[in-house]
Design a protein around this ligand. Structure first.
Ligand code: AVJ
Length: 322
């Protein structure tokens, strides 16, 4: 097994105080990244294969169609992927790149060790010409701890993971990537688009219940992390589409009135029906995305979509070279 390098320097490591402070606010929430422990990463893979979750399938289709074009246009020699997950979608890009290059370098940054392992297993067999580097870290804090490169690089941020962040955080993240980009570098950003509300809502309420398990699992993660006593059976999965904000909001809803002891001996009281936000998943319009890109000094070079315009891949460059 390939070595996983931990690039988290610790200065931004969340402690129980910050993580749990979100539970004490009037609008209660939990940090979305805690959805991705080993079990959560496995469940997310299952979600990706459900009939309802169109995102992965659609993005894969777009990549199948345009990977060769993207590789020959960008002439990249190296990939850096943020939040790679299992890297299944990246495989097609890499295979095309390897056809056109003698050697390729692939670096994956993910918060989940399980995801990095899945990524390695997915990619190691492709070719001996491929060098794989695995970095464990939080792309919101640790981008600057990654090695720089003089090669043509393609930065990858796929799967609409950008949708997990509000405007300010999204811009901060995109700007961090932009700062790392050299003259010949490109950035491929995959985002989910606004569409029929029913299609969106069912993607987050799959019949097999994987999304429900995925959501509830965050309670196990924080129970373990902070030695707490949340009982999954006291919560429901609730995912809805907020029209005004064009985003899915995923909540854990308290089935009954309950008290949970916090590490500082405070008691968290939840009323029946009270909700804890665990994730937002934004759906973008071209306009919103253009605004975010503009504020992040990124320029759209090309975009690739499926027939139904469910999902779009944007190929970007830094504006500092224009
Ligand atoms: C990995 C953040 C893109 O928001 O669609 C899937 C996570 N949450 N089902 C998304 C997720 C519920 C997913 N992202």
């Amino acid at each position: 097994m390939q070595k996983i390098e931990n690039i988290s320097l610790g200065k931004n490591k969340s402690n129980s105080k910050t993580a749990l402070s979100y539970l004490k606010r009037k609008k209660k929430s939990l940090p979305t990244k805690y959805l991705y422990d080993e079990k959560g990463s496995n469940l997310f893979e299952k979600i990706c294969n459900t009939e309802e979750y169109y995102l992965t399938r659609t993005e894969q289709k777009i990549l199948n169609k345009y990977s060769a074009e993207i590789i020959s246009y960008t002439k990249v020699k190296e990939f850096l992927e943020l939040g790679s997950g299992s890297s299944k979608k990246t495989k097609i890009l890499l295979m095309n790149a390897l056809e056109q290059n003698a050697f390729m370098n692939y670096s994956s940054l993910d918060i989940s060790e399980k995801a990095l392992k899945m990524s390695f297993n997915e990619l190691e067999s492709i070719s001996k010409k491929l060098k794989i580097n695995l970095y464990k870290g939080d792309f919101l804090h640790d981008l600057n701890n990654l090695p720089s490169s003089k090669n043509n690089r393609l930065f990858l941020f796929l799967g609409s993971t950008l949708g997990n962040f509000d405007d300010d955080t999204a811009i901060k993240l995109l700007k961090e990537v932009e700062k790392k980009m050299n003259k010949n570098d490109f950035f491929l950003l995959g985002v989910d688009k606004i569409k029929d509300e029913k299609v969106i809502t069912s993607a987050y309420n799959d019949k097999q219940g994987y999304t429900k398990q995925f959501n509830l699992n965050i309670l196990n993660v924080i129970n373990k992390k902070y030695n707490l006593n949340f009982n999954q059976e006291n919560f429901n999965h609730h995912a809805l589409y907020n029209q005004t904000k064009s985003q899915v909001e995923m909540y854990l809803e308290s089935i009954r009135k309950q008290n949970v002891m916090l590490p500082d001996d405070n008691i968290l009281s939840l009323a029946e029906g009270e909700k804890i936000l665990t994730e937002i998943s934004r759906k973008f319009s071209d306009e919103t995305l253009s605004m975010l890109l503009k504020k992040s000094s990124l320029r759209k070079i090309k975009s690739y979509s499926d027939n139904k315009k469910y999902f779009t891949l944007y190929l970007l460059k830094s504006t500092k070279y224009f």
